[in-house]
Design a protein. Structure first.
Length: 320
């Protein structure tokens, strides 16, 4: 199934887009919020992680992908998941009937899941469904899933192997982690086109292992990044992740829980690492020819997002 009018509107053929962002579900959307103040939506393409996708109550939930879309649409909740002002009566009623859902899902959010899942059951790809959702919100920003394949990230713990959402929600990130398994997906033609149209790529301050790692596991992605100017924002300050289980996940890969560990994880293709001004890393610590830049990377609100976006736009090559 294809949607030519949507593809023309969102992916275009003129090469007019100027910024490509690889995104997870919290830090990177906060950065996207700032970038959209300096770039029109039509100039921005986002490739979003789908490793945390999960089927719930018969519908495919794509937490990171949806957070990016809701951010671009200006309706994301203050929690950075779901839709602002949503209600949860269906979720609560299901719970009262003994039907426990793995995630708390609001009514408006659930409507998106139903819409997407219906398209998938009718033969659409995840990319088709995502572009249709973007069109429904009248977005000019192109938001693409990293792959059309279902490739859930699995966490190997002392409680056994589990879906990442079970680790995050059911077990509250408590088990010890020995491995994060990111499955390989096939690169879509839309993602390939986005890469071909950009010589520069920004990796947002998302968890390197579980949010960006699945994107890097897509066939051909790391090789493509080696041929591009890549900027990454570290989500770690002085050995402490800004949020989430990045520490446990990096340790499971044998990486230091630090901006240096982030640089090492991205070292095969990274050109510039942006760290917080309070971080204790220095230029001499970085591997290879990676350049170190400092900025305020904690985005409490819109102004901090705009300030960080300003630093990134400033160093992007004129033709990105």
């Amino acid at each position: 199934m294809t949607y030519p009018f949507i593809l023309e509107k969102l992916t275009g053929t003129s090469g007019g887009r100027t910024l490509l962002l690889l995104s997870g579900g919290t830090g990177s959307p906060k950065l996207l919020r700032g970038l959209l103040f300096y770039c029109s939506g039509a100039q921005v393409t986002v490739i979003a992680n789908t490793g945390d996708d999960i089927w719930i109550s018969g519908n495919l939930v794509c937490p990171d992908l949806d957070t990016v879309i809701y951010t671009a649409a200006g309706i994301v909740s203050e929690r950075w998941w779901g839709i602002n002002g949503d209600t949860f009566r269906t979720h609560e009623r299901l719970a009262s009937l003994g039907h426990k859902e793995a995630l708390i899902i609001g009514e408006l959010d659930r409507a998106i899941h139903i819409f997407r899942s219906d398209l998938l059951r009718r033969g659409a790809t995840l990319t088709d469904a995502t572009l249709a959702m973007c069109a429904s919100f009248e977005l000019s920003t192109a938001v693409l899933p990293m792959t059309d394949d279902f490739v859930p990230t699995m966490i190997v713990t002392d409680n056994g192997e589990m879906h990442i959402q079970d680790f995050l929600v059911r077990y509250q990130q408590a088990p010890n982690v020995s491995q994060v398994r990111c499955r390989t997906g096939k690169m879509t033609k839309e993602v390939q086109t986005a890469l071909n149209e950009h010589r520069s790529v920004v990796i947002g301050p998302s968890n390197p292992i579980s949010s960006i790692g699945p994107i890097l596991a897509v066939n051909g992605m790391q090789q493509a990044l080696k041929d591009r100017f890549v900027i990454a924002v570290s989500p770690i300050i002085r050995g402490e992740p800004i949020s989430g289980p990045a520490g446990k996940f990096m340790e499971s890969r044998g990486l230091p829980v630090s901006s240096l560990g982030v640089a090492e994880f991205y070292s095969d293709f990274l050109d510039v690492l942006i760290v917080d001004g309070r971080d204790d890393i220095s230029q001499s610590d970085l591997p290879g020819d990676i350049e170190l830049l400092r900025a305020d990377t904690i985005m409490y609100g819109v102004e901090q997002s705009k300030n960080l976006a300003t630093e990134i736009v400033r160093i992007l090559p004129s033709q990105s």
